[in-house]
Design a protein around this ligand. Structure first.
Ligand code: HEC
Length: 235
């Protein structure tokens, strides 16, 4: 293409000025100079284009590293509030209503009888399968080990048979984390409980209460809101 143009121009220039041979020669020479210039320019444009392809900035950056598929960032999977967060607003009075599902088998009063299930007064924080010494616990629950922390109790109440496969508690479980939090608050209001898990911000390290003062500490920290309805729930 560059060559065609140059040839046309060269011959055009030649045919335009036919007066003298020297002028012819000059025009031919000029034509070649022009041709060389155009070819040179064309080459430089071409080479620029060609080598430009290797500039680092032109490489598609998203393909420069290895992309590991199927690896998700932590926390992406489980949405929804954590137990600690839900426990902040746990309401023993609402828990009393949830406990109606448990009442056919459990009593929460101090010194109350065992039923189909053991008495639950003060069960929060106790070693698992120990709250009612006279009760005939299943070996599934006795062998579980550990204590009734808020986390354990939530897991147990969500699906008793998953927590202790072979348990004699024939109860499907409480699917709602709010129901579990509320019924645990109700159990806590009936005989106490260890400190609740702290939601995120470890702001109050020095506030970590000593064993004895645990309940009072937790109660005053979270305001009287949680304590007040507990008393009405008991009556
Ligand atoms: C159908 C009867 C039944 C119902 C309903 C029931 N439970 Fe139970 N529960 C039992 C039995 C039986 C056990 C003893 C389980 C074992 O030994 O494996 C038990 C054990 C427990 C324990 C362990 C006590 C300990 O000393 O370690 C807790 C806590 C508990 N139940 C809470 C509840 C709550 C809260 C509800 C209601 C949301 C509930 N249960 C509903 C029968 C029941």
């Amino acid at each position: 293409m560059a060559q065609d143009n140059t040839n046309n121009q060269a011959t055009g220039a030649a045919s335009g000025t036919t007066e003298s041979g020297s002028s012819d020669l000059f025009n031919t020479a000029a034509g070649w100079v022009l041709f060389a210039g155009i070819v040179g320019l064309g080459l430089s444009v071409l080479s620029d284009k060609y080598f430009h392809g290797y500039d680092a900035e032109d490489l598609p950056t998203e393909q420069m590293g290895y992309v590991v598929e199927g690896v998700e960032e932590e926390g992406a999977a489980d949405a929804g509030p954590t137990l600690a967060q839900v426990l902040v607003d746990a309401d023993p009075e609402a828990g009393a209503k949830v406990f109606q599902k448990c009442q056919s088998c459990h009593n929460v009063e101090q010194g109350g009888p065992n039923g189909v299930g053991p008495n639950l007064h003060g069960v929060m924080g106790k070693p698992i399968a120990s709250n009612a010494p006279g009760f005939n616990y299943s070996s599934a629950l006795k062998d579980k080990g550990g204590e009734w922390t808020w986390e354990n109790m939530s897991e147990w109440l969500a699906a008793p048979r998953n927590f202790a496969s072979g348990t004699s508690m024939s109860f499907a479980g409480l699917g709602s984390i709010e129901d579990r939090a509320n019924v645990m608050a109700y159990l806590a209001a009936n005989g106490g409980a260890p400190p609740k898990p702290e939601p995120e911000a470890p702001a109050e390290e020095e506030a970590a209460p000593a064993e004895e003062g645990a309940e009072e500490g937790a109660a005053t920290e979270e305001g009287t809101e949680a304590e007040a309805p507990a008393e009405t729930a008991e009556g």
